[in-house]
Every structure is written in structure tokens, then in C-alpha cells.
Design a protein around this ligand. Structure first.
Ligand SMILES: Nc1ncnc2c1ncn2[C@@H]1O[C@H](COP(=O)(O)OP(=O)(O)OP(=O)(O)O)[C@@H](O)[C@H]1O
Ligand SMILES: [Mg+2]
Length: 315
């Protein structure tokens, strides 16, 4: 497989603060590559470096065999960016916005009109072509933001949390369309805090934290990194004044427990795979008068793996 993007020993400092710390990874041509990390991990900074929106301190970035610095103009021409912060003009219509961004890449005349039409269709905004962003809902603006980034048919598409605030139906439409772009040959880098999105569309995933590389691979490869763990999920109903942190803290001290977290009324415990008897966990619940309304023992999913490797929740 051909490496389409190669990031090598990338360092980005903001003053004394190191936002990207010696990060290396490669993205293959024609894949959807997920970049996962908690808030502040350095995902947007990395993407902004690749799209030339910010400079970097050390390291190298190669896109389609070209050096980001030496061949900057050529590299920029084949990249399409969908930034985390929405970047569209409020007083231009949806169609005018898309045309404006695509024209920056040299599209004009009929080619430009066709490209704008297709991009609006891609995000399901064809019937809003004449609408201005100031009349649009937050989700529609997000979708227009995506259309502006992809209209010029870039070879490398960088999407930074493109579906925040987009409703479930439009999200499904966008995710399917991203797969279509990949199937047509585009390479996509994708960040999201929605694990199910990353699981459903990404061919490979890199996890970063504190600007550093943590792990990379297909979901199956990441699962194998934690193959000695399983996760036990117990649902209960906590009284409103209950000391949840103290309770979880107690569970984490029990033998075989590697980590634990709380998701509303669900307690998730990462256990040694060899642990087969869950009685001592259930006893803790009954001692506190907590009902057990559900229990399941599962292999680790992407979210469990992420928390196991970084020790942190996604948000
Ligand atoms: N212009 C800036 N000046 C100083 N520090 C910055 C700047 N931009 C980002 N940072 C810091 O760099 C770190 C990485 O930020 P970045 O936006 O890349 O994180 P992220 O992984 O995209 O997080 P999120 O999931 O919240 O979008 C953070 O600690 C952030 O505060
Ligand atoms: Mg970000």
C-alpha cells in the first residue's frame, strides 16, 4: 500500500508548551484514517499543520511524495480541509460559499457550477443552495462547512469533527458519502468524539494523547493490544446524594480490576481476562443497597480500548 501522508517526528510548540510531541504516523492512499484523542490531545494542531494553517517547530510532513514546506503550493492544491471551527461567509448563499472556496483551487465556469452542485448534494443541502448561513441551523452550517472543503475534489480530505451538532439522519448521509469519496480514491483523515462514527467508517485508527503517539492500527489490531482484558458492565440506580467517586474508587482497588469508570448509571470495570467470578463486585453493590439492573461481560470495544490506553475519557 502506498503511503499518501507521512508525518515524521512532528513537534509543534506554542511558546514553552509542546502541543505535538514527536508525533509520527502514516496514512495509506485511499483509506479513511481516524485520529482519536481526548480534548487537547493535539489532533486539530496536527491537522492544522498538514493543511498549512499553522507552522510547526520540527519534523517533516510529506503528502503524495511532496514535502509540505518545499512544495507547499502544490501540496495545498490537493488538500481539502473541513475545520473544527466553521469557516463560511455569512452573507454569501450556500452555493456562493461553495463556489468561492472551489474557485480558490482554479475551478471556473461550468466545472465550478457542477462541482458546487455535487458538493451541496453530498451534504444534503441541494434544496438550500440559495439560503445564507445566517438563516441556517447549526447543523446545516456544519454541512455547508463540509461542502466548502470537498468541492474541488481534493486527493486528501482532512475532516476535524465535521459532524458536531448534525442530526442523526444527516450524519448517516455524510458518513456514507465519506465512504463514497474514499471508494472514488480520496484519502481521508477524520477526527470525531463519536466512537461509533470512527468504528463504522475508519479503516485504521491512531490514538494520540498529550501530543504523543499512543497506538495505531485497524480496530482488530487495537483490540489485540488489550487482549488480556475484558470489560464488565453493571448498571444500577444511584441515589442522588450517593458518593459515586468513592464507590468506584473502592471497586478499582479490588483484585483483577485494572481500571474503572462511570457512565451515568453504568459502572464499567476493565478486568483481567482470566477473571471469571464476578460475585465480589456484585457484593459491593448489595452492601451499599444498590440494585443491579443489568450486567454484561464483553470484549473491549473501541471506547474501552481508548480509555485503557490513555486512562482518559474522550470528553
Ligand atoms: N494558538 C494556540 N496557542 C497556545 N496553545 C494552543 C493554541 N492552539 C492550541 N493550543 C493548545 O494545544 C493543545 C492541543 O490543542 P488541539 O486543539 O490540537 O487539541 P485537540 O486534540 O484538537 O482537542 P479537542 O478534542 O478539544 O478539539 C491544547 O492544550 C491547546 O490548549
Ligand atoms: Mg480539535
Amino acid at each position: 500500500m502506498k503511503e499518501f501522508l507521512t508525518v515524521k517526528n512532528l513537534i509543534k510548540n506554542y511558546g514553552d508548551f509542546c502541543a505535538v510531541d514527536n508525533l509520527s504516523f502514516s496514512v495509506y492512499e485511499g483509506e479513511i484514517f481516524g485520529l482519536l484523542g481526548p480534548n487537547g490531545a493535539g489532533k486539530s494542531t496536527t491537522m492544522n499543520v498538514i493543511t498549512s494553517l499553522c507552522d510547526f517547530s520540527k519534523g517533516s510532513v510529506k503528502v503524495d511524495g511532496m514535502d509540505l514546506i518545499a512544495d507547499n503550493e502544490k501540496v495545498k492544491r490537493i488538500i481539502g480541509a473541513v475545520p473544527q471551527e466553521i469557516a463560511i461567509y455569512p452573507f454569501l448563499s450556500a452555493e456562493e460559499n461553495v463556489k468561492f472556496f472551489a474557485s480558490l483551487y482554479g475551478l471556473k465556469g461550468r466545472e465550478l457550477s457542477e462541482a458546487a452542485k455535487e458538493a451541496l448534494e453530498f451534504v444534503g443541502l441541494s434544496d438550500r443552495a440559495k439560503m445564507k448561513p445566517k438563516q441556517m441551523s447549526g447543523g446545516m452550517k456544519r454541512r455547508l462547512n463540509i461542502a466548502c472543503g470537498i468541492a474541488h475534489s481534493p486527493k486528501l480530505i482532512i475532516m476535524d469533527e465535521p459532524t458536531v451538532g448534525v442530526d442523526a439522519q444527516s450524519r448517516e448521509h455524510i458518513l456514507n458519502s465519506i465512504k463514497v469519496l474514499r471508494d472514488r480514491g480520496a484519502t481521508v483523515i477524520y477526527t470525531s468524539h463519536y466512537m461509533n462514527e470512527v468504528e463504522s467508517i475508519c479503516d485504521r485508527i491512531a490514538i494520540i494523547d498529550h501530543g504523543k503517539f499512543v497506538a495505531c492500527g485497524t480496530e482488530q489490531e487495537l483490540v489485540s493490544l488489550v487482549s488480556d482484558s475484558r470489560v464488565l458492565k453493571i448498571t444500577t440506580e444511584f441515589p442522588s446524594d450517593f458518593d459515586r467517586d468513592g464507590f468506584i474508587g473502592g471497586l478499582k482497588k479490588l483484585p483483577d480490576v485494572k481500571s474503572g469508570r462511570l457512565n451515568e448509571n453504568e459502572v464499567a470495570l476493565e478486568l483481567n481476562r482470566s477473571c471469571r467470578d464476578f460475585t465480589m463486585f456484585l457484593e459491593r453493590f448489595s452492601k451499599q443497597g444498590l440494585p443491579v439492573t443489568g450486567i454484561s461481560s464483553e470484549s473491549m470495544n473501541l471506547e474501552d480500548i481508548f480509555i485503557s490506553l490513555t486512562g482518559r475519557e474522550l470528553r
